[in-house]
Unconditional design. Structure first.
Length: 629
C-alpha cells in the first residue's frame, strides 16, 4: 500500500533487528514517533538520529531505504559496517546524511547522486574505497561534503557544486589536480593526499598556482614527466622578481602621494564643512551671533550644570577624556562620516590630537530646558559597551553631541563592506564577541528603567573600538527625535507591532537585536534581503531565515565566510535559535535582554569544550526546534 507510518514502523523494526537488537529499547506496540531517536512530521518518520548508541553490523535493504519521508538520517559514531544499503538513494527527501565514524566499506554508491535535496553529506572516518563518484555533482544543494579518512583513490571529479561551503578529502589516496571550484578551500581540506594545485603545490607542468590553472581536460597531471610546457630558467625568474618588486615599489610611492592629496582635500575644518553644507548655519557664525546678542539664558539653578543660554560645550563629569572648547572644535579638521536619521555625523581631529565624532542634530523640537534634561540623562549613562557621550552644545540654531570617535567603524561596514575582494573574513569568535558586547550595552540601557529602550538598534549603530570591542551608539537619541526623524527609522529592524516609531520599547529592541544577530549569522543586511537577493526576494530577514530553516536547510542560511570555519556549526545553530526567538512575532514571546546576554555567554563558553557526539546530537535537535517554532 501507500507508504504510511505503519510502513515506517516496520522499516525501523527491521533496522533494529539487523543492527540494534540490544541497544534500541523501542516498544514495538507503541507509536514509532515516541521511540528514541525518531522524529515524526505530518504522520511520517522524518528524522532518525541514533548517534553513538552502539549500532553494530550491516544495514540491509528495506530498512532506512523504506523511510520515504526521511529528511535527516544520523547514524554517526557507531560500528556499522559493510556496504551502504542499496536502496538508500530512494530516500529522496533526505537533507542531511551523517554516517561518519563507522566502519562502512565498499564503494560510495553513485546512486547517492540522486538524493537531489541533500545539503550535508558526511561519510568521514569510514573505510570507503574506490573513487569518488562523479554523480555527486548532481547534488546541487550540497553545502557540506566530508569524505576525509577513508580509502578513496583516484582523482576528485570535476565538481561544480556552487553551494559547497565545507569540504574535506584529507587522508585518502587521492591524486591528480584539484578541480578549480575546490581550490578556494584551505590546505587542511586536502591533507595527506597526492593532490596538486592550489592550495597545495603546483601540479607538474603548472608554472604557478593560479585559480585558472588546471590539469589537462579530464586528465591526470600527476605524472607530468612528458610535460612539454617550457619551464622558466632561474635567471628569468629572478629577473621577473626584481622587475615586479620595483614596479610594486613605484606604485606604492605613487599611491601614497596621491592619498596625501586626496586626504587633504577631504578633511576641512569643521567650520568649512558647516559653511559649505546646505544646512541652516555654520556653527561658528551661530556661536558668534549668540555671543554678540548678549541674550542671557535663565539658569536652571543647578551649579554642576551650565546655565541655559551659556554658549559653550558642556562636558559630562567623570569622563576622563581631554577637554576642549568650542573654538577648538570649530578649528578641527572635519570629515563627514554620514547622514543619519537625526542629522549629520562628522569626524573631527582637534589640533591637540584628540579625535571625536560630532553629531549635528537637526529637527529638535524641544525647548532648551527639555533638551538639556534629556541630554543629561544620556550623558549619565555609563557602560563599557556604550559609545560615551562626552559633551554637548546647545544654541537656538545648533545642537551638537560630541562622542568618542571609534576608529574601526561600524559593524555594518565590517559585515557588508568590501565583500568578495581582499577583505579579512569575520570569524566566529569576533562575531559572537560583537553580539555579546552589543547585547550587554542594550541590557544596560534596559536596566536603567523599565521603560528605557534604545529604539534604533541596527548594525550601523554598533561601533568598534580600537580593541575590536563593540559599543552601542546613538543611545537615547530616540528621546530627542523630532517628528520628521522617525519615519525613516531602519525598516528591516522594526518589530511588527511598532507603528509609531517614536514610541520605543524594550521588546522592540529585542526584536531589532534578533535581526542584528541574523545579520551576523547570514552576512546579509536586512535591506539587501528585502530587495535584490535571489534567496530573500520580498521577505524580511527573520521570515526568510524561518522559511529556509523549516526546510531543514539550516546550513544554507549561514554566511559562507562562517561555514569555511569548521567546528563552530553547533554554536551557530544555537545562536540562530536565539535570533529566531528574539525576532518572534509577538513581543511577549521574546526573551529579555538579560536572558539574551546569558544565552550568548553560554554559547560562547561551550565553543571550546565538549566532544563531537553530544554536541552534534544537540545540534540536530536544535535544528528541529527552530523548524518547529
Ligand atoms: N562615534 C563614532 N565613531 C566612529 N564612527 C561613527 C561614530 N558615530 C557614528 N559613526 C558613523 O558615522 C556614520 C553616520 O552615523 P549616524 O549615526 O549619523 O547615522 P546612522 O547610524 O547611519 O543612522 P542613525 O542616525 O539612524 O543612527 C555611520 O556610518 C556611523 O557608523
Amino acid at each position: 500500500g501507500a507508504p504510511d507510518l505503519a510502513a515506517d514502523a516496520a522499516a525501523l523494526l527491521a533496522l533494529r533487528a539487523a543492527v540494534g537488537r540490544l541497544v534500541l529499547p523501542w516498544n514495538a506496540s507503541g507509536s514509532p514517533c515516541s521511540w528514541q531517536g525518531v522524529v515524526c512530521g505530518s504522520g511520517r518518520v522524518t528524522a532518525l538520529r541514533l548517534p553513538g548508541v552502539g549500532l553494530i553490523g550491516s544495514i540491509p535493504a528495506a530498512t532506512v531505504g523504506n523511510l520515504s519521508a526521511l529528511r535527516v538520517l544520523s547514524l554517526r559514531y557507531n560500528a556499522l559496517s559493510g556496504d551502504l544499503p542499496p536502496d538508500l538513494s530512494a530516500d529522496s527527501e533526505l537533507r542531511n546524511l551523517y554516517l561518519q565514524e563507522n566502519r562502512f566499506s565498499g564503494e560510495i554508491p553513485p546512486a547517492l547522486g540522486s538524493l537531489k535535496n541533500l545539503v550535508r553529506l558526511n561519510l568521514a572516518g569510514n573505510q570507503f574505497s574506490g573513487g569518488i563518484p562523479p554523480e555527486l555533482n548532481n547534488l546541487t544543494r550540497l553545502r557540506i561534503l566530508y569524505l576525509e579518512r577513508n580509502r578513496l583513490v583516484g582523482e576528485i571529479p570535476r565538481f561544480d557544486l556552487r553551494n559547497l561551503a565545507q569540504f574535506n578529502v584529507s587522508f585518502n589516496q587521492l591524486n591528480g589536480s584539484i578541480p578549480s571550484r575546490l581550490r578556494g578551500f584551505p590546505a587542511s581540506a586536502f591533507l595527506d593526499t597526492a593532490l596538486c594545485g592550489r592550495p597545495r603545490g603546483p601540479c607538474p607542468g603548472e608554472i604557478a598556482p593560479s585559480p585558472a590553472a588546471q590539469g589537462p581536460a579530464g586528465g591526470n597531471s600527476g605524472g607530468g614527466a612528458g610535460s612539454d610546457k617550457k619551464n622558466l630558467s632561474g635567471g628569468a625568474i629572478a629577473g621577473i622578481a626584481v622587475g615586479s618588486a620595483a614596479f610594486v615599489l613605484i606604485l606604492l610611492i605613487l599611491s601614497i602621494l596621491l592619498c596625501r592629496r586626496c586626504g587633504k582635500s577631504k578633511t576641512r575644518s569643521l567650520v568649512a564643512v558647516e559653511a559649505r553644507g546646505n544646512e541652516p548655519e555654520p556653527v561658528a557664525a551661530a556661536a558668534e551671533r549668540e555671543k554678540g546678542s548678549g541674550e542671557g539664558g535663565s539658569g536652571n539653578g543647578q551649579p554642576a550644570k551650565p546655565a541655559a543660554g551659556e554658549k559653550k560645550l558642556v562636558f559630562f563629569v567623570g569622563s576622563g577624556a581631554p577637554r576642549f572648547d568650542l573654538e577648538d572644535l570649530l578649528r578641527a579638521s572635519a570629515e563627514v562620516l554620514g547622514k543619519g536619521t537625526f542629522g549629520t555625523a562628522y569626524k573631527a581631529v582637534l589640533e591637540m590630537g584628540t579625535t571625536v565624532a560630532v553629531k549635528r542634530l537637526r529637527d529638535v523640537a524641544f525647548t532648551e530646558t527639555e533638551f538639556r534634561e534629556k541630554v543629561e540623562l544620556i550623558g549619565a549613562m555609563n557602560h563599557p559597551n556604550l559609545v560615551p557621550l562626552r559633551a554637548y552644545y546647545y544654541s537656538k540654531d545648533e545642537k551638537l553631541l560630541v562622542y568618542d570617535y571609534l576608529p574601526l567603524g561600524s559593524l555594518s561596514a565590517l559585515l557588508h563592506g568590501n565583500r568578495g575582494s581582499t577583505r579579512t573574513p569575520l570569524d566566529w569568535e569576533t562575531r559572537t564577541g560583537i553580539a555579546l558586547a552589543a547585547a550587554r550595552g542594550i541590557e544596560y540601557i534596559h536596566s536603567t528603567s523599565p521603560s528605557a529602550a534604545h529604539g534604533n538598534i541596527k548594525s550601523s549603530n554598533i561601533l568598534l573600538a580600537a580593541t575590536r570591542e563593540a559599543r552601542v551608539s546613538d543611545h537615547g537619541l530616540a528621546l530627542l527625535a523630532g517628528p520628521q526623524s522617525s519615519p525613516a527609522r531602519a525598516a528591516g529592524y522594526r518589530a511588527p507591532e511598532v507603528t509609531d516609531t517614536r514610541r520605543v520599547s524594550q521588546k522592540a529592541d529585542v526584536y531589532s537585536f534578533g535581526v542584528l544577530l541574523l545579520e551576523l549569522l547570514t552576512g546579509k543586511s536586512p535591506g539587501q534581503a528585502l530587495s535584490n537577493d535571489d534567496d530573500g526576494g520580498g521577505v524580511d530577514l527573520p521570515r526568510w531565515v524561518q522559511s529556509v530553516v523549516q526546510e531543514e536547510w539550516t546550513a544554507e542560511v549561514f554566511d559562507v565566510e562562517l561555514l569555511r570555519q569548521q567546528d563552530a556549526e553547533e554554536e551557530m545553530v544555537r545562536l540562530l535559535q536565539l535570533a529566531v526567538d528574539c525576532a518572534a512575532q509577538y513581543p511577549d514571546k521574546r526573551p529579555s535582554m538579560a536572558e539574551v546576554v546569558a544565552r550568548i555567554q553560554e554559547i560562547r563558553s561551550s565553543s571550546n569544550s565538549g566532544d563531537g557526539i553530544e554536541e552534534g546530537d544537540e545540534h540536530s535537535s536544535r535544528t528541529d526546534a527552530i523548524a518547529e517554532s
